[in-house]
Design a protein around this ligand. Structure first.
Ligand code: SF4
Length: 362
């Protein structure tokens, strides 16, 4: 559904019900709360309701931590929006005296997208080899949450998003559908907007004035041009990004990235070079000329991208970085990539189809 300013009517009863449940659950125990925020419509609506609920309480006995995961390859238009929103939310919540903390999680250096692809020679992700979701999105958030013995994780998940998800919710739910047990068993998932439809979510965003920092109009514009969002926490077994488009600009899991094409059509011309790179690398990764014919475990089969192939990808990426005037890779990632290349050069078990020492120099 697209955001339409004039075709929404407020369902205040549904929102009030969620607000009441949030207050009731908050007051119930001392278990710390973490809210997974992606910048998308569902987690934004959830955050809105949590802020309203807290502002209706007189005292607070625990902090709520809002976590956004910056994979390092987020769509830069969305990242800019999220960082600005985060800064503004911080100031607004402090002003309101609410105990809400905002954290940005990042993947470990060795798990970052380009360290894996250019440093280690991973092919960019596909439906069959989707190595990215846990490494880039789930683990950085999980690491923060798992440092606590027990936690309640608030997520903007909704029934009716897919049959598979509904089945999983029913299977893992306690008596109230608002609470489900997480895979790790020690944490529970709390989904106050589980009964909201997409229309309800937009209505929540539009008709609640608090917090002012979430710009519903801007979010609506981004959705007009983009689509759904990637998960921020592995809340139910089997869930992954699939065709989620509020995610990485480098995503090659889907054949065509229609959302970025749409954003470019709608004026975000700065994404053009990134989109071209993404399309190019999706083909390049399958070129057998640049793939080892042995896997790292020694088995025969399509192996890592060769050192020459990785070097070509890096050169192309740096070219795109300069053309688009956008930082696409961090200095520390470049350093790590060079270290990983050297490790492969020195590793007698790393075998390419042709000797690389003559054609490759770092
Ligand atoms: S958006 Fe694509 S590349 Fe990014 S984590 Fe999700 S599936 Fe992987």
């Amino acid at each position: 559904m697209k955001f339409c300013n004039n075709c929404l009517t407020p369902d205040l009863a549904k929102d009030q019900n969620s607000i009441n449940i949030i207050k009731q659950e908050y007051l119930k125990d001392d278990c710390p709360w973490f809210l997974g925020y992606s910048g998308g419509k569902d987690s934004s609506a959830l955050l809105k309701l949590v802020i309203i609920a807290l502002s209706e309480l007189n005292s607070f006995h625990k902090e709520i931590t809002v976590i956004y995961c910056d994979t390092g390859v987020e769509n830069p238009v969305i990242t800019k929006y999220v960082y600005q929103t985060f800064e503004s939310l911080k100031a607004e919540c402090t002003g309101l005296g609410l105990p809400i903390k905002y954290i940005i999680a990042i993947p470990k250096l060795d798990d970052r997208f380009f360290v894996k692809v250019i440093g280690r020679g991973y092919p960019t992700p596909t439906n069959i080899f989707r190595w990215c979701t846990d490494k880039l999105r789930i683990n950085p958030v999980k690491q923060i949450i798992d440092s606590y013995p027990k936690a309640t994780v608030l997520l903007g998940i909704r029934k009716g998003e897919s049959e598979q998800r509904d089945r999983a919710i029913s299977k893992h739910s306690k008596t109230e559908y608002y609470l489900t047990q997480s895979g790790s068993k020690k944490n529970q998932i709390f989904s106050p907007i589980i009964y909201h439809s997409i229309k309800d979510v937009w209505s929540t965003l539009k008709f609640n004035s608090l917090p002012k920092s979430i710009d519903t109009q801007k979010l609506g514009e981004l959705y007009k041009d983009a689509g759904s969002e990637c998960p921020v926490y592995r809340e139910l077994p089997g869930k992954s990004c699939r065709s989620s488009r509020f995610g990485c600009w480098t995503c090659t899991v889907v054949r065509k990235d229609k959302s970025i094409s749409k954003m470019i059509e709608n004026g975000y011309s700065q994404l053009t070079h990134l989109h071209e790179f993404r399309n190019w690398v999706a083909e390049f990764r399958d070129n057998p000329k640049y793939r080892c014919n042995q896997r790292r475990n020694g088995q025969k089969g399509l192996g890592p991208i060769t050192l020459e192939g990785r070097k070509i990808i890096l050169e192309k990426l740096l070219e795109v970085e300069s053309k688009s005037n956008t930082v696409l890779i961090q200095k520390e990632e470049l350093v790590r990539i060079k270290e990983l290349w050297q490790k492969d050069i020195d590793n007698p078990n790393y075998i390419e189809n042709t000797p690389f020492n003559n054609v490759f120099s770092t």
